[in-house]
Design a protein around this ligand. Structure first.
Ligand SMILES: *Cc1c(COP(=O)(O)O)cnc(C)c1O
Length: 359
């Protein structure tokens, strides 16, 4: 069967050349006579793959040596717990910016371990914007400040970072990591579930400044203890070996295709195409305050559920799938991560225009 254009929010599209490479190496990893799926994580053949994944990711994201790179279990959600368990010491207070569903969930989880101050929220606006950062008053003695750089469900993103002074900035970047340059030096921690922009589900990437390690809460489970994971090269227990291998392939593919800055340019082109169409459409509209529009997740609605459903069906007949919006927003959502080609967005816009003409 011909491949469809898959606009899923995650697990999401992976570039065809990456999938082909994985397929070609699946029976026997070059020179090894066994699949990566069959390798012990303790062997040098797997450690080679692991080390390549780390060093390629360092290249792609320009991660300085001040920061450790870890591949962990449990997705981004597990890090909602790991963040307070590793960083809430001293004052046991953290500031959270509530800019979407996942930001809210991260804050709720952190409340189990200490005091959480919601220092800004766009909840009352149904998360259609990012609060004005210059108006936020941060807690001076907070252990960290947590943000969600791109809000996957509501289709918003931070366009600048808050100035948190000496307080470490922690970011859930699950849905925009690798899509645009990020100055890693500005963050204490960046974490991301892999299944949006990095690779398959089942692994979370964590970048942590080394001086923040080693102060975990004594109740912190071993697998969530970043210092212990750093000491053990993400192998306190068996890691998701296949997902780590896939991260290596995705990073190689990115470097062969111009790296983050070229992907960013292509991502802007794709997003502009879609937003320009939405702004000109009489049927579809994007509810987000324009300056905060996400480059990765484009939300749009007709305002009529029956039309939304009809449109999703029309898409499916035209090789466009997983376009239905999240239940919190309704309507549609097109996730246009790095691996979504421009042709997919062109096809979507063309399909929207044809639908609009016939209703
Ligand atoms: C998808 C997503 C999550 C949840 O990721 P899991 O890996 O399923 O835990 C958290 N935060 C953001 C911003 C996401 O996009």
């Amino acid at each position: 069967m011909e491949r469809v254009f898959n606009f899923s929010a995650g697990p999401a599209v992976i570039d065809e050349s990456v999938l082909q490479k994985a397929a070609s190496e699946l029976m026997s990893y070059p020179g090894k006579g066994m699949s990566v799926l069959e390798m012990s994580h303790r062997t040098s053949m797997f450690m080679d793959i692991y080390n390549q994944a780390v060093s390629l990711l360092r290249d792609v994201m320009d991660i300085p040596e001040t920061h450790e790179v870890l591949f962990l279990h449990g997705g981004a959600t597990m890090q909602f717990s790991a963040v307070p368990l590793n960083l809430m010491h001293g004052h046991n207070v953290a500031d959270y910016l509530d800019t979407g569903n996942f930001a809210h969930l991260a804050a709720e989880e952190a409340k189990k371990y200490g005091t959480v101050n919601i220092v800004a929220s766009s909840r009352a606006d149904n998360y259609t914007n990012i609060p004005d950062l210059s108006a936020v008053s941060f807690t001076p003695n907070a252990d960290y400040v947590h943000i969600t750089t791109n809000n996957t469900i509501y289709g918003t993103r931070f366009v600048s970072l808050p100035d948190t002074g000496d307080v470490p900035l922690v970011a859930d970047a699950s849905s925009n990591i690798l899509s645009e340059p990020m100055d890693v030096r500005r963050f204490g921690v960046i974490y991301a579930g892999a299944q949006k922009n990095i690779g398959p589900a089942g692994v979370a990437v964590l970048l942590v400044r080394r001086d923040l390690l080693g102060k975990a809460n004594p109740i912190c489970p071993k697998v969530l203890d970043w210092a212990l994971q750093a000491k053990n090269e993400s192998m306190v227990n068996t890691p998701n070996t296949f997902a780590i291998y896939m991260i290596k392939l995705v990073c190689e593919w990115m470097l062969q295709n111009g790296g983050v800055s070229d992907f960013h340019a292509r991502n802007r082109e794709k997003a502009n195409l879609l937003y320009d169409y939405l702004d000109s459409s009489k049927l579809f509209k994007n509810p987000v305050q324009p300056e905060y529009r996400s480059l990765m997740n484009v939300v749009f609605v007709t305002g009529d559920e029956a039309k939304d459903d009809a449109f999703c069906k029309f898409c499916a007949q035209n090789g466009i799938v997983n376009i239905k919006g999240h239940r919190n927003v309704g309507g549609m959502r097109a996730s246009i991560y790095n691996a979504m080609p421009l042709a997919g967005v062109q096809k979507l816009v063309e399909t929207m225009a044809r639908f609009e003409k016939q209703v």
